[in-house]
Design a protein around this ligand. Structure first.
Ligand code: 9MG
Length: 277
């Protein structure tokens, strides 16, 4: 496997955990002031996550929650670009842009984003070409269906095999488009068109995906799979999210997309220490 992942001017050692802090800039987040206030609060949150030990900030302007509707290119640009610009004025911390739209990928990287996180695995028209031209790392995530309908009765022959095959195919499509292997990260997409049974199978057999020998990112933080296990609301899922991150690490994941940076960082420090002992 690639030993390092270069994001912006940082070189990450893939034998250690890399923590990606989540910064959603949808209208329901940071929403009680005007636009300037929203940007300012988003920047504050990003800087707080940096202090808590985030290695990357993942900025998204379109909700990908189950049932979420899509937004236009212009709307998404209006949400994310001022925030990327403002963060860039204050820190060189790597920024990832969470988008499936090639126009947003290009504009975000133009403003200083250093990575693309695409829940649609570059399947939108022009996305492969955009990323090949941008020459930044790309996270390819598996999703069955689309956010609006994906949780309506998802089905697989064998979820682990199907997801692994999909990620292999998308990797090959990237290679054909001229995206360097060293710029590819893969993600099984917990909660994206998956029942609790599917999510547990993926976590339990995550080695199958790690077996593709590409860096593996997981996003489990606060997700409904944890809610289903615990029967608890979103604000009471921290410890379960940490347990899931530690299990994923043991099965080969090294990038962790999380809301709660400080506690996740501490838990994964134990994993790193054990790995390097
Ligand atoms: C944007 N987004 C929401 N959940 C995610 C996950 O699990 N992985 C990645 N890569 N992105 C996600």
């Amino acid at each position: 496997m690639t030993q390092h992942l270069n994001i912006g001017d940082k070189q990450f050692d893939l034998s250690r955990a890399i923590v990606m802090g989540i910064l959603n800039v949808t209208p329901d987040s940071f929403s009680d002031g005007g636009r300037f206030d929203r940007v300012e609060r988003a920047v504050e949150h990003a800087l707080r996550m940096q202090e808590e030990g985030a290695d990357i900030i993942d900025i998204g302007g379109e909700s990908t929650r189950p049932g979420a509707a899509s937004v236009t290119v212009d709307e998404e640009l209006e949400r994310v670009i001022p925030v990327i610009r403002a963060i860039r004025q204050q820190t060189s911390l790597p920024i990832s842009i969470d988008t499936s739209k090639p126009e947003v990928m290009r504009a975000a990287v133009g403003e200083g984003a250093n990575m693309v996180n695409d829940v649609n695995a570059l399947q939108a028209e022009g996305a492969l070409e955009a990323c090949a031209g941008l020459n930044v790392p790309v996270c390819l995530m598996h999703m069955q269906g689309e956010p609006r309908t994906m949780q309506q009765d998802p089905k697989y022959d064998d979820v682990v095999q199907d997801v692994t095959d999909f990620l292999r195919q998308r990797y090959l499509a990237c290679a054909d488009a001229g995206i360097d292997r060293s710029n590819i990260v893969i993600d099984p997409g917990f909660g994206f068109g998956k029942t609790l049974r599917h999510n547990l199978d993926l976590l339990n057999r995550l080695e199958s995906i790690s077996g593709l020998e590409l860096p593996v990112l997981v996003g489990i933080s606060r997700k409904s799979m944890l809610g289903a296990i615990l029967d608890k609301p979103v604000n009471e899922r921290l410890y379960a999210g940490i347990a899931a991150a530690v299990i994923a690490y043991q099965k080969g994941a090294r990038l962790f997309r999380v809301h709660d940076v400080a506690p996740t960082r501490d838990a994964l420090a134990v994993c790193d220490a054990l790995q390097h002992s």
